[in-house]
Design a protein around this ligand. Structure first.
Ligand SMILES: NC(=O)c1ccc[n+]([C@@H]2O[C@H](COP(=O)([O-])OP(=O)(O)OC[C@H]3O[C@@H](n4cnc5c(N)ncnc54)[C@H](O)[C@@H]3O)[C@@H](O)[C@H]2O)c1
Length: 276
């Protein structure tokens, strides 16, 4: 097979959780560009509509957007039926991408992010989206892939699934240490947990033709304050944050036959941050 053909996803059907978000949109477009049909599960109705209109206008491959809360198993099961009715098959690619992703907010006065103040409700909420739902979607759609003898599950981790957050990045002048915002403990636990889930699934269904890998991207520039960008860039050998569309080729690689011998691995793409 010609090497370019290995990246082609014609006749494949992918499902992407949190596909209406900042990076999810990029994953959606990457797969549509690789000729894959795509289903998006998200709870942000407005963003789903915008995404659908954008993709309808730009791509010939089919996109189905569904408002599904992936923390609710019953909603995922309903989505599974809807997808089958629409495509007459189940997805052979699953990207577990959704998260409650706390963004850097320079002026935030909230210190609930700190470990000593961290609330169990918030812990359960973030884990239910970032980790439990990845297990549920893998259970439901991975099972069908195993039955069908073919599939790929990709878990979106982070460079912070490999290294601990450097809390100095989030420090703001003039605020006492005990009140400084931090990257929450949930982020580390979820992202390390996704890498564990990846290894579990990679060995669980390998004999059924289902591969599972994790992707660990570094931070994407999204109009962050210059002070933050400068501080984080200094921790990255390439000396910059990622551009939003810079992961698209890797997503196609990881979901396609181009990575056919990759299983249980974590691909980190972080400008070298986790290497330093
Ligand atoms: N943005 C970055 O710099 C960066 C870096 C490394 C890793 N990541 C990871 O990439 C993934 C995407 O990040 P992002 O920046 O696009 O985040 P985002 O917040 O823009 O998107 C997350 C999406 O998940 C959806 N979502 C939340 N709860 C849901 C639920 N219960 N059911 C269904 N959908 C739900 C949201 O509506 C949103 O559209 C996350 O896993 C994140 O941790 C992001």
């Amino acid at each position: 097979m010609n090497v370019n053909d290995k990246f082609n996803l014609k006749d494949n059907l992918a499902i992407i959780t949190g596909g209406a978000g900042l990076l999810g949109k990029q994953h959606v477009e990457a797969l549509l560009e690789a000729e894959c049909n795509v289903v998006v599960l998200d709870i942000n109705d407005k963003a789903l509509v915008t995404l659908k209109e954008h993709c309808f206008a730009k791509y010939t491959k089919k996109i189905l957007t569904l408002n599904v809360d992936i923390t609710k198993e019953v909603e995922i099961l309903e989505a599974k039926s809807t997808i089958y009715n629409e495509f007459k098959k189940f997805p052979n690619i699953l990207i577990n991408n959704a998260a409650i992703d706390p963004k850097f907010e320079k002026d935030s006065k909230i210190n609930q992010s700190r470990l000593e103040n961290f609330d169990l409700f918030q812990w359960n909420l973030e884990l239910s989206v970032g980790l439990s739902a990845a297990m549920l979607c893998s259970k439901i759609f991975g099972y069908e892939m195993a039955q069908n003898g073919r599939g790929v599950i990709l878990n979106i981790a982070s460079d912070l699934g490999i290294i601990a957050p450097n809390q100095n990045l989030y420090k703001q002048d003039g605020i006492p240490d005990a009140e400084q915002n931090v990257k929450p403990v949930t982020y580390s636990v979820i992202k390390h947990g996704l890498i564990g889930l990846t290894k579990y699934i990679a060995t669980y269904w390998a004999h059924k033709g289902v591969r599972c890998n994790a992707f660990a991207p570094g931070g994407v520039y999204n109009k962050h304050p210059k002070e933050f960008v400068d501080k984080v860039s200094a921790l990255i050998p390439l000396n910059r944050m990622a551009q939003v569309d810079e992961y698209k080729a890797s997503i196609v690689f990881l979901c396609s036959d181009a990575s056919s011998y990759m299983n249980g691995a974590t691909l980190n793409m972080d400008g070298g941050r986790s290497t330093w």
